[in-house]
Design a protein. Structure first.
Length: 340
């Protein structure tokens, strides 16, 4: 018989009954072990309670020769079903729900009857596969999961935030500069790495160096309605990037300085020098000084000057924290002014 698939829906209550009756296997041999963290499981249950759709599940459907009962094996969806069933066993609380959600931090046993019913009646969309041999099913599973990539923090911000700061960040992130100068690859740009760097640079120009983990999410949350400093910061960033591009037309020739952590330091250094009214060297002289510093970074350990060693340490350890960022900015300020 040729393989076929049918799209159906099955609510959580029915899936639980099938599981308890031994008609639903959520751990076939080709499935990986349950690896979701408790926060991930809690977030899924919050999604169900909020009535938000969840990606389709894939089941292999067969009929038992011994019992003549319909049986299902989960081809894709083990983690989701495991999270639901564990929650119904009272194994974790809803720590990832918004604080104003009525089910915030509740467990299954402490949910109201209406909340439990909301979960039990939640419909999963299921693709039922039948007539496929085991090798074909295994191939399907590998294809479904081979190129699954977890969302990075910036992709999560893009998906979960709206507002003025986000709009500005993504507009600047679309500038050709980031790919043309080799700051990010095209693939990394597609995954919003340029946007994340832009957010950090705008915060840098607005407040000086900050801890990335604390500041970026804070800005996305705080500046939804408006970001009044946005136009001025955009203009300042454009002017600084133009100055860098004039001094170093091709940052690709500077493997170390073109790294995002070092571009961050270079932008910070130029911004502070501009604010301090320090006379900046002409583009040719700035390029000469940065070129010499770049060569020093590439020199052997014995040939490096102390500033090179300090900079290398600061660009390789906890690069997103304030202290190493401050160190890199201060060193590059001295490089630009010819003091190194």
């Amino acid at each position: 018989m040729a393989g076929k698939y049918v799209t159906t829906t099955k609510d959580v209550g029915l899936l639980r009954q099938l599981y308890e009756a031994g008609q639903l296997s959520i751990s076939p041999e080709f499935q990986r072990n349950a690896v979701w963290s408790r926060p991930a499981k809690a977030y899924l249950i919050d999604t169900i309670l909020a009535g938000i759709p969840i990606p389709v599940l894939y089941f292999q459907r067969s009929v038992s020769a011994q019992t003549s009962r319909v049986e299902y094996a989960v081809v894709d969806g083990q983690q989701r079903l495991n999270a639901v069933f564990l929650f119904m066993e009272n194994r974790f609380s809803l720590t990832e729900s918004p604080e104003d959600a009525p089910w915030h931090r509740k467990r299954w046993k402490t949910l109201s009857s209406d909340e439990r019913e909301r979960i039990l009646s939640y419909d999963f969309v299921v693709q039922e596969l039948s007539g496929y041999d085991p090798r074909r099913i295994r191939d399907m599973f590998q294809r479904m999961n081979r190129y699954v990539v977890a969302l990075n923090p910036q992709e999560l911000r893009h998906a979960s935030h709206e507002g003025a700061f986000k709009i500005l960040v993504e507009a600047i992130g679309s500038w050709p500069f980031w790919v043309d100068q080799g700051i990010v690859t095209r693939q990394a740009k597609d995954r919003m790495r340029a946007d994340e760097l832009v957010a950090e640079l705008l915060i840098l120009l607005n407040e000086g160096p900050q801890d990335k983990k604390e500041s970026v999410d804070l800005y996305y949350n705080s500046f939804r309605e408006s970001f009044e400093a946005g136009p001025a910061l955009q203009g300042e960033l454009k002017a600084i990037l133009d100055a860098i591009g004039t001094a170093i037309p091709n940052l690709r020739q500077y493997p170390l300085l073109k790294r995002p952590v070092n571009l961050y330091a270079l932008v910070g250094a130029l911004s502070e020098l501009r604010a301090e009214d320090e006379p900046l060297p002409k583009p040719d002289l700035m390029r000469e000084r940065l070129d010499a510093f770049n060569l020093g970074l590439n020199a052997s350990e014995d040939a490096r000057r102390p500033e090179h060693t300090r900079y290398i340490i600061a660009q390789s350890r906890q690069t997103d924290n304030v202290k190493p960022r401050r160190t890199r900015i201060d060193i590059l300020k001295n490089v630009i002014l010819g003091k190194v």
